[in-house]
Design a protein around this ligand. Structure first.
Ligand SMILES: Cc1cc2nc3c(=O)[nH]c(=O)nc-3n(C[C@H](O)[C@H](O)[C@H](O)COP(=O)(O)OP(=O)(O)OC[C@H]3O[C@@H](n4cnc5c(N)ncnc54)[C@H](O)[C@@H]3O)c2cc1C
Ligand code: FES
Length: 288
């Protein structure tokens, strides 16, 4: 495969705008043509000057912003060293980006789909929602959060899916907003453990797309399997190079940065580490 030099070159971008989503989540908007063309599920390697380089999914910029040509966005949860440096950035500050990298969520012939996301795992699902909307695909999205204060992208999801039949379901673990419980509880109710209709023609969904904490995705995968539903999950592994050289993101014989990040149910079924363990910065296996 020819190497695309443009995407591998670090591009310096200037932060145009910052949106406060929750007390610990912000969206950073910037202009970069290649990032704005990212496919749903692709990620960037984001260099924070004098700091770290981190993998980050590409978010959609606000559609109502008239000046959004070539705009892309990142949505960051403040966590440790690198994400806090990014979280603390201001308009006018600079970042370096390379990519977009990775494969994309595939829509194929699907006509009615279910999206299940938690935390910043919702970011690639928003880019997917925009595409589902333009393809007029019936979409149900479940947004999982711990508590009301941590719910974000509910309005964004409704807006992105405005031209197609859709439903946005929010779950909170403490019941302070939306349905009480986990996102996977809402999914279990919707797919009814597969008891409803096993025949594809009458099934409620053609495919499930998921991104979020891996234990949540494992549960989504199990529920989908019990209902004979195809699934596509976007996996996260520790990434250093982002381009298939260093092997820090391996899961079995797969390099998640190069071969993923999105895997289907057949591929997931062969991954002994999926939902069981991850690798830390040194490559050591750590159980979930
Ligand atoms: C493909 C992909 C897309 C991502 N998209 C987003 C996103 O849209 N928004 C968001 O907030 N976060 C996203 N992340 C997670 C993000 O890259 C960082 O892992 C997270 O922000 C924590 O970094 P930290 O330096 O603050 O944490 P630290 O406290 O330094 O590390 C905490 C944990 O974060 C993980 N981590 C740290 N550095 C990396 C790295 N280079 N690669 C992978 N994992 C790492 C490790 O599991 C580590 O144990 C994504 C990760 C991947 C792999
Ligand atoms: S991050 Fe280096 S091979 Fe994937």
């Amino acid at each position: 495969m020819p190497i695309n030099i443009d995407i591998n070159r670090i591009r310096v971008v200037i932060i145009d705008k910052i949106v406060h989503e929750t007390p610990t989540v912000k969206t950073i908007v910037f202009k970069d043509r290649l990032s704005s063309e990212a496919k749903p599920g692709q990620f960037l390697m984001v260099w924070i000057p004098r700091g770290e380089e981190l993998p980050m999914s590409v978010m959609v910029p606000d559609r109502k912003d008239k000046n959004n040509k070539d705009s892309a966005a990142l949505t960051i949860r403040k966590h440790g060293y690198g994400s806090t440096l990014l979280f603390d950035k201001r308009p006018g500050d600079i970042l370096g980006v390379r990519g977009p990298y990775g494969n994309e969520f595939k829509i194929g012939q699907n006509k009615k789909v279910l999206l299940v996301g938690g935390g910043t795992g919702l970011v690639p699902l928003m880019r997917l929602a925009r595409k589902l909307n333009s393809n007029k695909i019936d979409t149900t999205i479940i947004i999982g959060a711990r508590t009301k204060e941590e719910v974000f992208f509910e309005r964004m999801a409704n807006d992105l899916l405005r031209d197609t039949r859709h439903q946005v379901i929010v779950t909170t673990e403490d019941g302070s907003y939306g349905e009480k419980g986990y996102a996977t509880d809402a999914m279990a109710r919707l797919v009814d453990g597969g008891k409803q209709e096993r025949s594809r023609k009458n099934a409620k969904f053609d495919c499930v797309y998921t991104c979020g904490p891996e234990l949540m995705m494992k549960k989504v995968y199990d529920l989908a399997a019990s209902a004979s539903l195809p699934v596509q999950a976007s996996l996260e592994r520790y990434m250093k190079c982002g381009i298939g050289i260093c092997s820090s993101c391996c899961i079995g014989d797969q390099l998640v940065c190069r071969d993923g990040t999105i895997y289907n149910e057949r591929q997931l079924s062969t991954m002994a580490e999926f939902g069981r363990m991850y690798r830390d910065k040194s490559g050591r296996r750590v159980p979930y």
